[in-house]
Design a protein around this ligand. Structure first.
Ligand code: HEC
Length: 131
């Protein structure tokens, strides 16, 4: 009896394992990146907007990315990469330091920077220091 039940139970078990091996985590990653290149606007909203504003114009926790001081000739893309990876010690404003933003891969960082540059081009810059 035992000899008959055991293989049957094993078969049932392995069917269960196959049925449960749907890679749930992967689908989260794919939906974040839309299956193609990462969505800079969505990533900005998720990672930066709480301080820099959904409209990029700043909040009481961080400055506007439309400030003239964040134009490419003053804060090149490398400054964005560095701020995300290492944070930034407050030196232009009184909001305090920016902490590093963890959990973004290289492509996601580039997508965020492209999004910010495109918005800057579209909306232009605010004077620095603010008037
Ligand atoms: C918790 C708040 C917070 C979040 C989240 C945040 N920042 Fe900042 N960020 C700041 C503050 C505050 C400053 C201003 C520091 C200063 O006074 O110069 C700053 C400055 C910067 C600077 C300028 C750095 C420099 O070299 O002067 C860049 C670029 C920047 N942030 C990009 C980003 C991007 C991109 C994201 C999202 C991935 C992000 N920040 C998320 C608060 C934040």
């Amino acid at each position: 009896m035992w000899r008959v039940v055991a293989p049957a139970a094993l078969v049932a078990l392995s069917i269960g394992v196959v049925a449960c091996s749907d890679p749930g985590e992967r689908s989260v990653v794919e939906s974040r990146s839309g299956g193609g290149s990462p969505d800079g606007a969505a990533l900005y909203e998720e990672s930066c907007a709480s301080c820099h504003g959904s409209d990029l114009r700043g909040t009481d926790k961080g400055p506007s990315h439309f400030s003239r001081v964040y134009a490419p000739d003053h804060h090149p893309d490398e400054a964005f990469r560095s701020a995300i990876a290492n944070g930034s010690v407050a030196h232009h404003w009184d909001f305090g330091d920016m902490e590093p933003v963890p959990g973004l891969d290289g492509d996601e960082v580039e997508a965020i920077i492209s999004y910010v540059r495109a918005q800057q081009e579209k909306h232009g810059f605010e004077p620095y220091p603010p008037s």
